[in-house]
Ligand binder design. Structure first.
Ligand code: SF4
Length: 235
């Protein structure tokens, strides 16, 4: 199916007042295996995983193993698979790109400059993401407007011009409290690091715990200024 900007706008208007579950149910029926959750294994993605699994166990969920994740994130993949009786799709970076990056710049070169950090994110995250996105017409994300200064005003349904796909953010308007309430009330598996001061979890070398009251994403790429703090996955 060819999806268009106009279709994204139609869907946005049609489902403006629907709950995340209603939206996901309608889109799953319509797009089947051409819609998937791109899970970063964060709290919001775990909420969406639970919602999707309650609707249809065949719903597609993929994640990206950058090779630099926390042990707790690998445990979460396993726990999630066991909880729902599924096998989440795991995409890996192209080994040649990572080998070339490491040979040229070094194993931890992302600390050296924004450019080198972005190049690492490109090789380890963006390339496998682009490959995964070639298998869908619609991708689901756990973005929330309140998450960061780089994510204001995101819509529930958007047109993703970079990938020429429809991007759906069912939790765009949710607060952090709503996310936790859902997690606890449904016994949804989540990353144990969230209980140890990590509100946002990415790769191990690029994520640290934050103090109470600090911005949710301030522990990601903490050595960079806030406006640089995206990896290019969400533009
Ligand atoms: Fe590389 Fe860090 Fe980006 Fe992970 S978050 S891909 S380790 S720069």
């Amino acid at each position: 199916m060819t999806v268009t900007k106009e279709l994204a706008a139609q869907l946005r208007d049609a489902y403006a007042s629907h709950s995340p579950e209603e939206l996901l149910g309608a889109l799953l029926s319509r797009f089947g295996s051409r819609i998937a959750l791109a899970s970063s294994l964060g709290l919001e993605d775990q909420v969406l995983t639970d919602m999707l699994m309650r609707i249809d166990r065949r719903a597609r969920i993929f994640t990206i193993d950058t090779g630099r994740l926390f042990p707790e994130s690998y445990q979460l993949i396993d726990r999630t698979n066991m909880h729902y009786g599924i096998r989440m799709e795991v995409y890996f970076p192209a080994h040649t790109a990572v080998e070339q990056y490491v040979a040229e710049h070094g194993i931890n070169a992302f600390y050296d400059s924004v450019e080198k950090r972005r190049a690492c994110c490109h090789a380890r995250k963006l390339e496998p993401l682009r490959r995964a996105l070639q298998t869908v017409d619609v991708w689901i994300c756990g973005l929330r407007s309140q998450q960061s200064v780089t994510r204001p005003g995101i819509d529930v349904v958007e047109w993703d011009e970079t990938n020429r796909l429809i991007k759906v953010n069912p939790l765009a308007r949710w607060s952090e409290e709503q996310v936790w309430e859902y997690i606890h009330s449904t016994n949804t598996p989540y990353n144990k690091l969230h209980r140890r001061g990590f509100p946002s979890i990415g790769c191990q070398p690029c994520t640290r715990a934050v103090a109470e009251g600090e911005d949710i994403r301030s522990g990601r790429w903490w050595w960079e200024s806030p406006e640089h703090k995206e990896c290019g996955l969400h533009r």
